[in-house]
Design a protein around this ligand. Structure first.
Ligand code: AMP
Ligand code: ZN
Length: 115
């Protein structure tokens, strides 16, 4: 837990969020400003600021986040139609919350390349 991190606060329940899934390693909740009919944020409990701060022994954690995303995509019935899993890193990618997170986006035809 890092004092002024909004995602750490969501994990703790100090900030309300619509939680879709929680286990010992990850939490998934609905994005407050959805960019697609289905837009969830998947985070690890562990506060890691950016992709650049991942250690080798965090590999299992990232694998677990991916498995969580796949599970949710299946539950949301978007697994077959398709979806996107995105991790933004730092300014050029538009990262605005510095607690690593994956966006799960689906439910519409997504553009490529992204803006
Ligand atoms: P990024 O730009 O990749 O850092 O994504 C941060 C995402 O977190 C954005 O899509 C925001 O809409 C979302 N977000 C920020 N605050 C909250 C919150 N309190 N509850 C849910 N989603 C949030
Ligand atoms: Zn945090």
């Amino acid at each position: 837990m890092t004092e002024d991190c909004i995602f750490c606060k969501i994990i703790k329940g100090d900030i309300p969020a619509k939680i879709a899934y929680r286990d010992d390693f990850t939490v998934a909740f609905y994005d407050i400003n959805p960019q697609a009919p289905h837009h969830l944020i998947i985070i690890p409990h562990k506060h890691i600021e950016t992709l650049n701060d991942l250690h080798e022994d965090d590999s299992e954690l990232i694998g677990h986040m991916t498995q969580t995303a796949i599970k949710l995509a299946k539950q949301l019935n978007i697994a077959e139609e398709g979806y996107r899993l995105v991790i933004n890193c730092n300014a050029d990618a538009g990262q605005s919350v510095f607690h690593i997170h994956a966006h799960l986006l689906g439910g519409r035809r997504l553009q490529w390349p992204p803006g």
